[in-house]
Ligand binder design. Structure first.
Ligand code: ATP
Ligand code: ZN
Length: 489
C-alpha cells in the first residue's frame, strides 16, 4: 500500500488554549506524542483502559492520515506518593511491603500485567516505554537547570520548585496562584518557601529503600519531574502532543510544563485530555475501590466488545459503565462483524465487476468516517459511519449476489477504518485472559485432519506424510481408529 500524504486538516481540542485547533506538526509528516502511563503498583482498571484506548485510537488515526508517529508512554515506578502531594508513602513501596516483594518486583509484576492487558485490548505498543527509575540522571540534570535559573531551591536535602518565581504556573488548569489550595499542611511544609511549591527531589529517610545519590544527598525524584525529563529526551524541544487523563491537569501536567519551561525548554504544543470512565456516576478509581480490573472484565467479555464500548463514546466525554452498556456494545459489535464476515465469506465466489451505486455509498461512509476522525477524533460519529455502511451492505447482500469489486471495497473499508483505525477487528489478536485456546486448537486440528483425509483419498502419500511429520515435531500424533482419525498430544 502506498503511504498517503500527511493530511493537513486534522483538528484537535487543545486543553491549553481551550479550543479546537488545526494540528500543525513540528516536523512535517511526523507526530511526537507523549502519554502519562500507569503507576505500576496494582492491576489496571477499566478507567485506565479508557485512557489507553483513547490515545491509541488517536495515534492510529494519525497513522491512517499519513503521519509517522513516535508514541512515548512512560511507566511510573518511583516517586508517586500516596496522596499525590509531597507527603505520604511511595505507592510502590507501600505495595512492596504489602506483598513482601522488592519494589522492582512490584514494578515488573504490574508492568507486565499492564502490557498483557493492553495486548488483549489491541492497544499498539508504544514506540518507547521509558521507566522513571531508568532516567534518574536526566531528572537530576533538569533539576540542576531549574536551580541554576533560580526556579528551584534546596531545603533539607530536598529540592522544591519555586512557584512564585514562575508566574505562568497555573496556565493549563486555569488556576491562579491565589486560588490554589494550600499544598500539604504537614511537616514537609516547613521545608518549603510556599506551601504550593512542589517537590522535584525528596530526601530519603534511612528506611526508604528506593534511593539514589544526587547533588543534594541520597533521595528519590518527585513524581512530576520524570515526565518533563523523559518527554523532552525522546521527543525533543517543542514536541507535538502531550496526553493524559483530565484529572492529571493539576497538579501533574501543570508541574510538567513549569519544570520544562522554567528550565528554558519549549514543551508540548498541544495538550489533550481524556474524560473519565464512571460507575454509578462516580469516577472509577483505585482509591475509591469502585473499580473493575481489566482482567476481571476480560474474564467475562470479549476484549473487542470492551474496546467497542470504549470507542463508542468520545474521548472527551464521560463513559458511564454498566452491564447494560456492555449488552448494547455486544450487539452493536456483532452487527458489524456479522456483515464483515458475510462479505468475506462471499468474496471468493462473488461475480466479477463493480456495482457503481453501491461503491458510491461505500465511499460516502468512508468519507464521513474520516471527517469524524479529523474533527477531534470523534469516534462515536466514526462508529455511526460504520453502521451506515453496514445498513447499506446488509441491504445489498440480502438483495442477491454483490460483485466482487464492491465487496472488496466494503471489506477494505471495514478492515481499514474499523480494524486499523479503531482497532476493533483483532480476531487473531491475543486471546482474552482466562480464556484458553483449546477451542481454537480443536478447530484447527479438525481442518488439518480433513486435509490429511483428502490427501490419502487422492493417494497423495508424500503430502500426507509431511503433514504427519510436521505435527510430530510439535508433539501431536495422529491415530487412525475405526471412528476415523484421532489426534493427541
Ligand atoms: N476512571 C477513569 N477514567 C479514565 N481515565 C482514568 C480513570 N482513572 C484513572 N484514569 C487515568 O489513568 C491514569 C493513571 O491514574 P491513577 O493511577 O491516578 O488511577 P486511579 O485509579 O485514579 O488511582 P488513585 O485512585 O490511586 O488516584 C491517569 O492518566 C488518569 O487520568
Ligand atoms: Zn506524566
Amino acid at each position: 500500500m502506498t503511504q498517503r500524504q500527511p493530511d493537513p486538516n486534522i483538528v484537535l481540542h487543545d486543553t491549553l488554549t481551550r479550543q479546537k485547533v488545526k494540528f500543525v506538526p513540528t516536523t512535517p509528516g511526523r507526530v511526537g506524542m507523549y502519554l502519562c502511563g500507569p503507576t505500576v503498583y496494582s492491576d489496571a482498571h477499566l478507567g485506565h483502559a479508557k485512557k489507553e484506548v483513547a490515545f491509541d485510537v488517536i495515534r492510529r488515526a494519525f497513522q491512517h492520515f499519513g503521519y509517522q508517529v513516535r508514541y512515548v508512554a512512560n511507566i511510573t515506578d518511583v516517586g508517586h506518593l500516596q496522596n499525590d502531594s509531597d507527603n505520604g508513602e511511595d505507592k510502590m513501596l507501600a505495595r512492596a511491603r504489602l506483598e513482601q516483594l522488592e519494589p522492582m518486583e512490584v514494578a515488573d509484576k504490574y508492568m507486565w500485567s499492564f502490557v498483557q492487558d493492553m495486548e488483549a485490548l489491541n492497544v499498539l505498543k508504544p514506540s518507547i516505554n521509558p521507566r522513571a527509575t531508568g532516567h534518574i540522571v536526566e531528572q537530576i540534570r533538569l533539576i540542576e537547570e531549574l536551580i541554576a535559573r533560580g526556579h528551584a531551591y534546596e531545603s533539607a536535602g530536598s529540592v522544591y520548585f519555586d512557584v512564585r518565581s514562575w508566574p505562568e504556573y497555573g496556565k493549563l488548569s486555569g488556576r491562579r496562584l491565589d486560588d490554589q489550595e494550600e499544598g500539604t499542611r504537614e511537616a514537609v511544609r516547613e521545608e518549603k518557601r510556599d506551601p504550593r511549591d512542589f517537590a522535584l527531589w525528596k530526601n530519603a529517610e534511612p528506611s526508604h529503600i528506593m534511593r539514589w545519590e544526587s547533588p543534594w544527598g541520597v533521595g528519590f525524584p518527585g513524581w512530576h519531574i520524570e515526565c518533563s525529563a523523559m518527554s523532552l529526551k525522546y521527543l525533543g524541544e517543542g514536541f507535538d502532543i502531550h496526553g493524559g487523563g483530565l484529572d492529571l491537569q493539576f497538579p501533574h501536567h501543570e508541574a510538567e510544563i513549569a519544570q520544562a519551561e522554567a528550565a528554558g525548554h519549549a514543551f508540548a504544543r498541544y495538550w489533550m485530555h481524556n474524560n473519565m470512565l464512571t460507575i454509578g456516576g462516580e469516577k472509577m478509581s483505585k482509591s475509591k475501590g469502585n473499580f473493575l480490573t481489566i482482567q476481571d472484565v476480560l474474564a467475562q467479555h470479549d476484549p473487542m466488545v470492551v474496546r467497542f464500548l470504549l470507542v463508542g463514546s468520545h474521548y472527551r466525554s464521560i463513559t458511564e459503565f454498566s452491564e447494560a452498556a456492555f449488552e448494547s456494545a455486544r450487539s452493536g459489535y456483532r452487527r458489524l462483524t456479522e456483515a464483515l464476515h458475510e462479505i468475506e465469506r462471499r468474496l471468493p465466489a462473488a461475480p466479477a465487476g463493480q456495482d457503481a451505486a453501491l461503491d458510491a455509498r461505500i465511499a460516502e461512509h468512508v468519507q464521513s468516517f474520516e471527517n469524524a476522525m479529523r474533527d477531534d477524533f470523534n469516534t462515536p460519529k466514526a462508529v455511526a459511519a460504520l453502521f451506515g455502511l453496514t445498513t447499506d451492505m446488509n441491504a445489498a447482500l440480502n438483495a442477491g449476489p454483490v460483485p466482487r469489486g464492491s465487496l472488496e471495497r466494503a471489506r477494505a473499508a471495514y478492515r481499514d477504518l474499523g480494524g486499523n483505525v479503531l482497532g476493533l477487528f483483532a480476531e487473531t489478536g491475543a486471546p482474552a485472559r482466562g480464556q484458553d485456546d483449546t477451542q481454537v486448537v480443536s478447530a484447527l486440528m479438525e481442518l488439518v485432519l480433513k486435509a490429511r483425509q483428502n490427501y490419502r483419498m487422492n493417494k497423495q502419500y508424500a503430502e500426507s506424510d509431511e503433514l504427519r511429520d510436521t505435527l510430530a515435531k510439535v508433539g501431536v500424533t495422529v491415530e487412525d481408529t475405526k471412528d476415523g482419525p484421532r489426534w493427541k498430544r
